[in-house]
Design a protein around this ligand. Sequence first.
Ligand code: PMP
Length: 388
Amino acid sequence: MRGKRLLMIPGPIEFTDEVLSEMAVPTLSHVDPEFIELFGQALERMRGVWLAPHGQPFAIAGSGTLAMELAAANITEPGDNVLIVHTGYFSDRMADIFRLHGANVDVVPSAVGDLPQVEAVRAQLKAKRYKTISITHVDTSTGARADIKAFAAAAAETNTLVVVDGVCAVAGEELRMEDWGVDIAFTASQKAVGVPPGLALLVASQRALAVHRARRSTVRAYYCDWKNWLPVMEAYEARRAAYFGTPAVNLVRALNVSLGQILAEGMEARFARHARNARALRAGLSAIGLTFLPVREEIYANTLTAPYYPDGIDATVLAKIAEEGAMLAGGLYPSIKTKYFRIGHMGMSDKSEILATLGAIERGLARAGYSFPIGAAVAAAQSEYKKA
Ligand code: PMP
């Protein structure tokens, strides 16, 4: 730990040594039998992590925004109606991408730090025919988590395709893609999946693939078109090589290792650990007087916490907290970005990282002149862990 600064932002995160070592091995040809085997394995493992036994995985070089565009571009044709569940910065981005691909976008609004009620979304789905509904599982701008199960159940009543932006959620928040009837769920490697930035990871349901196959118009994004990537993903899973664009060989190796670690922990244990860490972190921050941006406790995310700065403290405290050992992120939601900060706690984070982060926050706040009983945050988190 000496001199080490924990990276506790909402991605990239702390990666395991085993994952990082994969980045440093000599790069194989993308048609090397060893690479074919581990790419095939990684795709199979994605189904396990997404809990989508019949889903079609795609792992493509790019960031989470590419995953957003892969989702929107492939199932949207000009004139399609798309409903966006407003959550914040990232649902706005999703709306822009759908519009770019020709959709007529309607938005069910919500106040900052809140989410639309499922009832309001259900009513809108019944008032007008929508091909697709898009929901951001955890909006990284607010730390609010959507009840995907409930939104997807409402969408099932009108046969609407369900797209989930799981960039700040997959492999951390509970997501049962197939049981819940989600058609597309995607993330990016640098988040809870636990791999350095550079992979867009998406799983599509058979229904979403059929919608893509039945298109009357072409996909207006060459690099995004599933038509180009599906044969590649199918080939690697069948342990054959195929080419469309050169895969990010070392990232795919790292992905395979990380997904193996995730499945070895088990999805239920993993969801529970993220929830426990989030509770302990919040208990600690509450104990020293901090409050949170999401407006209701049941929507607090397990992957990310967004506290307001306490009175008299501003964003300059983040540099002090970083000097004390934990790198955190500033606010992102444009209208309130100077009022709050964000702590990412996903991936392999455990007690020691959460407690070290709280310690760094305490020392940073104390140096910034905030008055509170030093040690109270760590103590409250410790008692929370004792309960679990
Ligand atoms: N959606 C969400 C919910 C995100 O948190 C992010 C990244 N913070 C993105 C999409 C975009 O991902 P990227 O920055 O990797 O393009």
